[in-house]
Design a protein around this ligand. Structure first.
Ligand code: GDP
Length: 509
């Protein structure tokens, strides 16, 4: 995500590497270079102007301490920190996703009605499904109304999504959006939240707008969310402004940020519409909906990862089986079942490339052997083991080891040496576990990766015994490595950990 933006910021900052303090002269080149980067990313000119002015003012006014607490800070680091703050300012809206979600839990004015609007293909139907999925995990009763009368497949698509998330879907044979929504709302009067999938068009046109304006006037939904395709750059802003002119939008969902996005849309949308971005879509699957946080987005734009979002992914993927598995690993009882579970948890967390962009350190590509295909092969080999073999790894050390391996190779359709490699790698990992527990959150527990030999070495992705508290360590290690994880980022991790702890304690009561 946002690779070219990150690279642009980095190379701009590097131009200040050997400078002692900010001056108008030495800021000129980096700021010009950032302007070009933002232009390439399709960021609106007004946003670019505001951003570069901000960064220039903040830099010239900054007191730069090149040595703080015994550590040296380069002017480049300081510049990145200033860019980070300026990006946060642009991306911060008056209402956060937490406010939005909290509003939906207020029983007094339920059912809360939410309209999804946007162009055809932006991802409305998909994101009705994703939001329903999220709301169901919060124990809310959610009803879906299929009022996209333009796209013939939308109704069936929504029915399917409804089945997957176990939310009722209201459909009729009518092609009149007004009567569908009217009947749907009375049908769902006992629900907490009603999500309405409205029709899009290929471009903004008056027929579409008139339909939406009428629906809004008749039903006054509490929220109208604009769903925007994050890959379409400048055009997305023109579209957003056209919708905003006619409808009292309350927020946006930016979709397809998993794709080849240049990242400009988020900045332009936030600043030019002043609408909060509540969520970002990072894939087609139902669980690939992320809460938008200005801080996290700013960090990702700068290539600094997003620890909090990583934490969310982990929490979503973890179940009691995984918890047990982590406990086992911490105790040193590491089996092939644990190893398999670790890899399955990883798959549940979403596409590996997406996880990579959230790491607080730079790893531009997945290391060799850490790709979905290779990991799936390993899972297949483990699945070809007997239950006994899975739980007694030492069975691969005895006299029958070779025949066992030959059977697994045949059963999983892999060459014998692939099975031998897997088993060797497993025992190496098992040996390393006690060593890893000291730095477990990011330690070498990542399937197939060698653990780091020292803190300076680049760490493996994440590991065997991840505990939420340990993400703190992860954040500060990230800082040590990258030198630029901001204090505000760490403070936010700490705040989030505290909040989660309190939430857990409350649940226990
Ligand atoms: P609608 O016409 O606005 O309802 O759009 P759809 O929900 O049908 O989505 C259009 C296409 O985009 C479908 O193929 C979706 O699977 C895909 N899509 C939606 N959201 C995302 C996303 O966040 N990432 C990716 N990669 N694809 C998405």
């Amino acid at each position: 995500m946002f690779e070219s933006l990150s690279k642009g910021f980095e190379s701009a900052a590097l131009r200040l590497r050997n400078q002692g303090k900010f001056t108008l002269e030495n800021l000129k080149e980096p700021l010009d270079s950032i302007q070009r980067t933002l232009l390439d990313a399709d960021v609106h000119l007004d946003v670019i102007r505001k951003f570069t002015q901000d960064v220039q003012e903040k830099s010239l006014g900054a007191k730069v301490l090149l040595k703080a607490q015994g550590k040296s800070v380069t002017l480049s680091d300081h510049f990145i920190k200033i860019c980070h703050d300026a990006l946060i300012e642009i991306l911060t809206a008056s209402k956060t996703t937490d406010h939005f979600l909290k509003g939906l839990t207020q029983k007094s004015n339920s059912p809360h009605i939410i309209f999804f609007v946007g162009l055809q293909g932006a991802g409305k139907t998909t994101h009705v499904g994703k939001l329903a999925f999220l709301l169901k995990t919060k124990n809310l009763k959610v009803g879906l109304i299929a009022a996209d009368t333009q796209r013939p497949a939308a109704k069936e698509q929504l029915k399917l999504l409804g089945e997957q998330v176990k939310a009722p879907v209201f459909t009729t044979e009518s092609s009149d959006a007004y009567s569908i929504v009217k009947e749907g709302i009375s049908h769902f009067s006992d629900q907490d939240v009603i999500l309405v999938d409205t029709a899009g068009r290929l471009t903004v046109d008056s027929v579409l707008m008139n339909e939406l304006v009428t629906l809004n006037q008749k039903f006054s939904p509490e929220n109208i969310l604009l769903v925007m395709d994050g890959m379409i750059g400048q055009d997305s802003l023109t579209t957003a402004l056209a919708f905003q002119e006619k409808l009292p939008l309350t927020g946006t969902i930016l979709t397809k940020l998993d794709g080849d996005t240049r990242g400009g849309a988020a900045l332009s949308l936030s600043y030019m519409t002043q609408l909060p971005i509540f969520f970002i879509g990072t894939g087609e699957k139902l669980n690939l909906l992320e809460t938008f946080r200005a801080e996290g987005m700013a960090s990702r734009i700068l290539g600094m990862g997003d620890v909090l979002s990583l934490m969310d992914d982990f929490e979503k993927a973890i179940d009691s089986k995984t918890e047990k598995n982590l406990e086992n690993i911490q105790k040193g009882h590491f089996t092939f079942s644990d190893y398999e579970n670790m890899m399955q948890t990883l798959f549940k967390m979403g596409p590996l490339q997406g996880l990579l962009s959230k790491m607080p350190f730079k790893l531009p590509q997945l290391p060799a052997g850490i790709d979905e295909k290779t990991l799936k092969k390993k899972v297949h080999m483990i699945q070809s083991m007997t239950k006994y073999e899975k739980n007694h790894p030492d069975s691969f050390k005895g006299p029958q080891a070779l025949s066992r391996m030959q059977r697994i190779a045949k059963g999983s359709g892999n060459p014998l040496n692939a099975v031998q490699d897997l088993i060797q790698e497993f025992f190496k990992m098992k040996q390393m576990l006690p060593l890893m527990s000291g730095m477990s959150a990011m330690g070498g527990g990542m399937p197939g990766m060698k653990p780091p030999s020292s803190e300076q070495e680049k760490p493996a992705l994440f590991g065997a015994s991840v505990k939420l508290e340990e993400l703190k360590k992860m954040a500060s290690m990230g800082k040590a490595m990258k030198g630029s994880l901001s204090a505000s980022q760490i403070a936010e991790v700490n705040r989030e950990l505290k909040r989660k702890k309190q939430e857990k304690a409350k649940k226990r009561k």
